[in-house]
Design a protein. Structure first.
Length: 495
């Protein structure tokens, strides 16, 4: 059975064996499927309540998540009256992907995060989202008062310093601020040089700040548990605090398998945040709210930066970042619809759908390489020769024609690309098959820039012959350094 680029084979085993495998949380232990990284479970036909299809990448996930997933699987097994084994399928050709965090997360906008947090009792400023300057003004008018803040809604922090957070003292100013943001791109130090499009602003009542603190709850991968992270140095990026004042950050892990937040955790955090005694009750409520929210939404991160103590002595989450674990989205249809694809890199999106490991970079030489290590080495070589790679791309050990074509499509849509460098080592794959794939791909998505190909390994001679006979504008070069140099040179000639 073909499913995208993954070959999926049905796998049968008796429910008891399956339960053992699940309990051990070791998918590789399944006989005959050494590369299995994705479990696809189909809903048993007789229980429509269980949702559609459960897809679980096993090896690319942090241990804590595998634990949670094993839990989900187990629930699935025990609730089902049918033998489930026949519904378990394993994608066997799926390689372990680089643990790229973006592969298993979905970010929310600040206004969405705050709505969700408010539901579990986390105090947030009064406010509402607006998609036009007029709507922004109307929100401010309805809120009343004399101070408002208009905040650009993008999936990146650092908006304050970039003009994406504006304090306004009149309705006209609110309108002005919204006008300046909506429909434009906002560049912050987290957004990448091209910035992110702003299609909405959050308009809130302004707060008078006495202290800015940092508080987050995360799925702590190294510790395999949930951890609270807190610092009295809020408002600035936690990474900066970690560098300059590591002693100002406290991490408090929660014991795995326990439920709720024990009182001592709250007291440690409150102490390290220098909260006054009278704030303890509301802080305890806030901590419980964060915890309930993370569990209820299957979030992997909730970050409040800054958490403020107001001039009147209240705790308020002034900013909020929530990252959801998208493997669990199937059980949150209400959250899944909050996805905003406009905030993601379109090329990386396309690559992800095609099963390619792609990371966009800002150079002009597009790279297509098999194997992550060789891809890194190739990028180094290009830089050594004075060039700049346009991307990282690992097409995988089994680079199929389909995937190669997808890669060329992505290269074409990048206006910066001045040359394409294909570096394939035929260790597992045969170079002549790769060459055929390249030819098919180039006939379908012909690049407008020079294509330099270095093929080495099994049947390399035959591969190079095919390329030169194809009549396509391909420069086949045998040596690695030589080929990289040629790519850099070609890119220079084009621009
Ligand atoms: P970020 O820069 O993208 O993380 O956006 P934040 O929501 O964290 O806002 C950045 C900064 O703007 C905060 O650290 C505050 O100093 C300031 N700010 C945001 N809202 C208010 C407000 O209501 N009143 C005041 N006085 N400052 C605010
Ligand atoms: Mn912030």
């Amino acid at each position: 059975m073909e499913e995208g680029n993954t070959r999926v084979t049905s796998f049968h085993c008796d429910p008891d064996t399956l339960r053992q495998v699940v309990r051990a949380s070791k998918p590789c232990a399944v006989a005959g499927c050494p590369l299995a990284t994705q479990w696809i479970m189909k809903d048993p036909g007789d229980s429509p309540g269980l949702g559609a299809i459960l897809k679980i990448p096993m090896l690319s996930v942090p241990p804590f998540r595998s634990m949670r997933m094993a839990g989900t699987l187990r629930g699935f097994l025990y609730r089902s009256s049918q033998p489930v084994a026949s519904q378990l399928q394993i994608g066997e050709n799926r390689r372990i992907r680089t643990p790229h965090w973006s592969l298993c997360r979905m970010n929310l906008h600040e206004y969405q995060a705050k709505q969700i947090l408010a539901r579990t009792g986390v105090p947030v400023p009064a406010g509402a989202v607006a998609h036009t300057p007029e709507a922004a003004e109307a929100v401010a008018k309805k809120l009343g008062g004399i101070l408002w803040v208009v905040k650009a809604q993008i999936h990146a922090g650092g908006r304050g310093k970039a003009g994406g957070v504006r304090l306004c003292r009149s309705l006209a100013e609110v309108r002005q601020a919204a006008l300046a943001m909506i429909g434009h791109r906002l560049v912050t130090h987290q957004s990448g040089p091209e910035g992110l499009p702003v299609s909405a602003v959050l308009v809130e009542s302004g707060s008078a700040i006495a202290h800015e603190l940092y508080l987050s709850l995360v799925v702590d991968r190294p510790r395999e548990c949930l951890s609270f992270i807190a610092s009295p140095e809020g408002g600035v990026e936690i990474e900066t605090v970690a560098q300059a004042h590591p002693d100002q950050i406290v991490t408090v892990p929660l014991i795995p398998g326990s439920f709720g937040v024990p009182g001592y955790v709250t007291r440690i955090l409150a102490g390290r945040l220098n909260l006054s005694r009278d704030l303890y009750p509301s802080f305890e409520k806030l901590i419980a709210g964060l915890y309930d929210c993370l569990l209820a939404t299957d979030a992997s991160l909730i970050e409040i930066n800054p958490l403020i103590v107001t001039a009147t002595g209240d705790l308020v989450a002034l900013d909020a970042k929530v990252t959801l674990d998208d493997n669990a989205l199937f059980r949150h249809p209400d959250l899944a619809v909050l996805d905003d694809p406009s905030q993601r890199n379109p090329a990386e999106e396309e690559a992800e759908r095609a099963g390619l490991n792609y990371v966009a970079l800002d150079g002009d030489i597009a790279c297509m390489v098999n194997g992550a290590g060789l891809a890194m080495a190739t990028m180094d070589l290009i830089q050594l020769q004075g060039g700049k790679p346009a991307n990282f791309l690992d097409v995988g050990g089994d680079a199929t024609a389909g995937r190669v074509t997808q890669a060329f499509h992505i290269f074409r849509s990048n206006a910066n690309v001045r040359a394409v460098f294909v570096n394939i080592f035929g260790g597992i794959v045969r170079c002549d098959l790769i060459a055929e794939g390249l030819i098919t791909a180039m006939r379908e998505a012909t690049p407008k820039v020079p294509v330099i190909v270095r093929l080495e390994g099994t049947r390399a001679e035959e591969g190079r012959a095919l390329l030169s006979e194809s009549g396509l504008p391909i420069q086949a070069i045998a040596g690695l350094a030589e080929a990289a140099g040629r790519a850099v040179q070609a890119a220079g000639e084009v621009s």
